[in-house]
Design a protein around this ligand. Structure first.
Ligand code: COA
Length: 261
């Protein structure tokens, strides 16, 4: 599809989704969310794409949240609940995508932007980035999964601190509490994110996908059931040509040639 609010590109086996409304700090209006949903589907179905980087246009913002003029226009409680559930479904698409998704946080990641980053698999931030859940300052609460993914990443106390104060934190602080996984100099961010994406793209794609799924499913269930699930995904990986190729290549002391079969 043609995108108005996103730039969707490919660099070899890495798909790139860039939010492209820099005048409003890449705020997520409905049209952008519809496009995001389509872009995730598009890249998920593209066999040539093995990993994805999500970032924001400009040097100021990753995504500065849901579009506040649209939040202002929500008519009532039911519309508000539907708005949140709809956005959550789109972020679940990222989390459940068969491809690993890396958030390259190039600036403000606030509200829905922070929630979007948390739905990604790995978060890499520029040293200039700022993160937070400032919804409380608007008289609302996070609605795209923030009250759930944030405590899972940083613990309940720190999540409550961030959500109840609306405070923004630096990339370094986000690294310290586990909200992001890497911090790099701003001018190196995209290269570093793409390098990481390329590295993962070179692995056996089915194993990558099932490892991601095993972590996602397993960390939301009890350990015994989670390990049983892991065993089933391990079994799937054992049924692939790539398992034979990977183990044979090791024994023959050569690099593996994975095919995603
Ligand atoms: N929704 C809609 N518009 C937004 C926006 C959002 N979430 N965030 C920023 N913008 C717009 C501003 O209204 C402004 O538009 P204008 O130039 O027409 O006035 C433009 O983006 C630039 O933002 P501005 O506030 O002037 O930049 P700043 O550098 O002074 O401040 C922020 C940057 C991120 C601190 C500030 O924009 C902000 O607090 N944004 C809202 C963050 C938020 O509450 N997000 C959660 C929403 S649930």
């Amino acid at each position: 599809m043609g995108y108005q609010n996103l730039l969707v590109t490919r660099e070899a086996s890495v798909g790139i989704i860039m939010f492209n409304r820099p005048k409003v700090l890449n705020a997520l209006n409905r049209a952008t969310m519809v496009e995001l949903s389509a872009a995730v589907d598009e890249l998920d179905c593209d066999e040539g794409v093995r990993s994805v980087v999500v970032t924001g246009a400009g040097d100021k913002a990753f995504v500065a949240g849901a579009d506040i003029s649209e939040l202002r226009a929500i008519a009532d409680a039911v519309q508000g609940a539907e708005f949140a559930a709809w956005g959550q479904r789109i972020l679940f698409k990222i989390e459940n995508s068969s491809k690993p998704v890396i958030a390259a946080i190039n600036g403000y990641a606030l509200g829905g932007g922070c929630e979007l980053a948390m739905a990604c698999d790995i978060r890499m931030a520029a040293d200039t980035a700022k993160l937070g859940q400032p919804e409380i300052n608007l008289g609302i609460i996070p609605g795209y999964g923030g009250t759930q993914r944030l405590p899972r990443l940083v613990g309940k106390g720190r999540a409550k601190w961030l959500i109840l104060t609306g405070d923004m934190i630096t990339a370094q602080e986000a690294l310290r509490i586990g909200l992001v996984d890497f911090v790099v100099p701003a001018d190196e961010l995209m290269d570093a994110a793409k390098e990481l994406a390329r590295k993962i793209a070179g692995k056996a794609p089915l194993a990558v996908s099932w490892a991601k799924r095993s972590i996602n499913v397993g960390t939301e269930t009890d350990l015994v059931a989670a390990c049983a699930y892991e065993a089933s995904q391990f079994g799937l990986a054992c049924g692939t040509e790539d398992r034979l190729e990977g183990t044979t290549a090791f024994l023959e002391k050569r690099p593996p040639q994975f095919k995603g079969k």
